[in-house]
Structure formats: C-alpha cells, structure tokens
Design a protein around this ligand. Structure first.
Ligand code: SIN
Ligand code: MN
Length: 282
C-alpha cells in the first residue's frame, strides 16, 4: 500500500482559499471506519438531547457533540493529521467548535437546503470571522443517489447571502431549526442555481473513509437520500482559538464552550491510508 508522503498538506491551502474546498491525499482505513460506524450507531440508539430526529420523529437524522462523551470520537478530533490540516488552513491553534454525524438514512434521510454554515455561527453565536473549517469524513460510500454534499466553488468569497432582516437584535431562533430540514438561514434557491450555473457544483462523493474539507461560508446543500444506502457523514468543525464566539447561548453540543487548543495525539485504531496518486497511470 502506498504510504502517505511526508508533507501531505502542501498546496491545500491555496486550493482551499481559491475554491472553498479541498481534499487531502488520504482517507481513513476500513478498520477506523468500522469503529466509527459502530460508535455512531450505538450513540444513535441512545435517548439523549444530542440525538436529533427527522420530521417523522422516529428516524435519527443526526447526532451531535459526540467528542465530549465518546472516547473514540474524542480520539478522532485529536488525530494529528486532522489537527495539522485545520491549523494549516486556519493559520493558528484550533479547538473543536462542533462535532456531528448527519446520518441520512436510506430512503428517509431528508435534504439540507442551500445554506452557509457561517450564517448560523455568526448570527446565533456571535462568531466574528469565518476562521473555522469543516472536515467531513464519510462513514458510508457516497454516491449521487444517497444525498451527497454539494458545494458551489468560490462562493465562500461572496460574504453572507440572504440573511433575514432583524436578527441582529440579540434574539435567537430555536436551535432545532439549525439542524432540521427547515433551516433558519438559507440561500435563495434561484440565487444558488444561478451561482451554480456560473461556477459549477462540487459533489462530495467517494468511498467510505474519504476526507473532504469545506469553508464555513461556502454555499452548499444536499438532496434527499433516494437510495437504499445510508449516507453517514461525520463533520468536525475546528475554529481558531482567537475566534471563539462572543455570545454562545445554544446548547454546548452545538457550540462547544471548551476553547482549549486541541493537542494532537496519534491513536493506532484510527489509521489513514494514502489515496492512489492520480498522476501515476498504470
Ligand atoms: C449534509 O449532511 O448533507 C449537510 C451537512 C451540512 O450542511 O453541514
Ligand atoms: Mn452546512
């Protein structure tokens, strides 16, 4: 098996700044993915506020803040490659702002409308700048029909779009509208359609274990899961320590209050493997 080179993150920052997304040249190995799937499934069966359901009330949509109570998830956020990648892209020490797994169950998993994550963090929590980064890890094989994440390249450079008026008055919306299919802050579908016509769409598909990175301000969405395959996507948001929000009021499982810089620590259960080099043809 090819080994991961000595400097796997070289060149990613310029791609990330230009496009608002990037993909490192590795993915999590099968054993690591199996372990994360096992923990995720066990948590999704617990009755606790961190477990959120679809509108039907029965299907689990997402689980939140697992790094605070599950030891495997806690080890994952300290993964030296992930921490190095986040620090490289953000440019300084980071802490875990948010941790979630969007499960998008077979046939039942509902869409996420076009939106920008930073709209929620800025408006609700008082995060000043989008000096944060989302690192997504697929726990299932992701294909066009099980509701892949879709992003509009370059849209992170447009600032916040279509914010509702009057939200700067200090009031908060119900946090459930930040994690449901009816989102509180969306980008107008016609505007997103026009942007996508102009700049294209990046579809985050790939085998389980894939690692994909996207900017807090990038316009993104995902469709209903119309297939028989679950699409579990684990998302870690690292934030710059210097950018901790000024007025977090949402539950701690959505906005971590612990802003201690993450200390990297390797865990042999969470091994990565190199992706095949796309420049080498056989
Ligand atoms: C998804 O899980 O498809 C959406 C994730 C997100 O918008 O952060
Ligand atoms: Mn989002």
């Amino acid at each position: 098996m090819a080994s991961i080179g000595a400097a796997p993150h070289v060149g990613l920052k310029s791609a990330y700044e230009r496009d608002g997304w990037c993909e490192p040249p590795y993915r999590f190995g099968d054993a690591a993915v199996a372990l994360l799937r096992e923990r995720t499934l066990a948590i999704s069966r617990e009755r606790r506020p961190e477990v959120v359901h679809e509108k039907d009330g029965g299907t689990v949509r997402a689980i939140h803040g697992c790094h605070a109570f599950d030891e495997v998830c806690a080890a994952l956020v300290r993964h030296p490659y992930l921490v190095e990648l986040a620090e490289e892209l953000i440019g300084g020490p980071v802490y875990v702002y948010q941790f979630k797994v969007n499960l998008k169950q077979a046939h039942e998993g509902a869409a996420w409308p076009w939106h920008q994550d930073f709209a929620f963090w800025h408006e609700e929590d008082g995060m000043r700048r989008p000096d944060a980064v989302n690192i997504a890890i697929s726990l299932d094989d992701v294909h066009e029909d099980n509701g892949p994440l879709m992003a509009i390249p370059g849209s992170h450079r447009l600032g916040l779009l279509d914010l509702p008026e009057g939200r700067a008055d200090g009031t908060e919306s119900d946090w459930r509208s930040h994690v449901s299919a009816d989102l509180a802050y969306t980008v107008d579908a016609d505007r997103a359609g026009a942007l996508a016509e102009e700049s294209g769409r990046k579809l985050f598909v790939g085998p389980r274990g894939s690692v994909q990175v996207f900017h807090p301000s990038i316009v993104h969405s995902s469709s209903n899961n119309v297939s028989a395959d679950r699409r579990a996507l684990l998302l870690i948001t690292y934030n710059a320590v210097a950018n901790a929000p000024v007025r977090p009021t949402r539950p701690a499982f959505l906005v971590s209050r612990d802003t201690t810089p993450v200390t990297p620590r390797a865990d042999e259960r969470l091994a990565l493997q190199a992706l095949p080099d796309p420049t080498v043809s056989l």
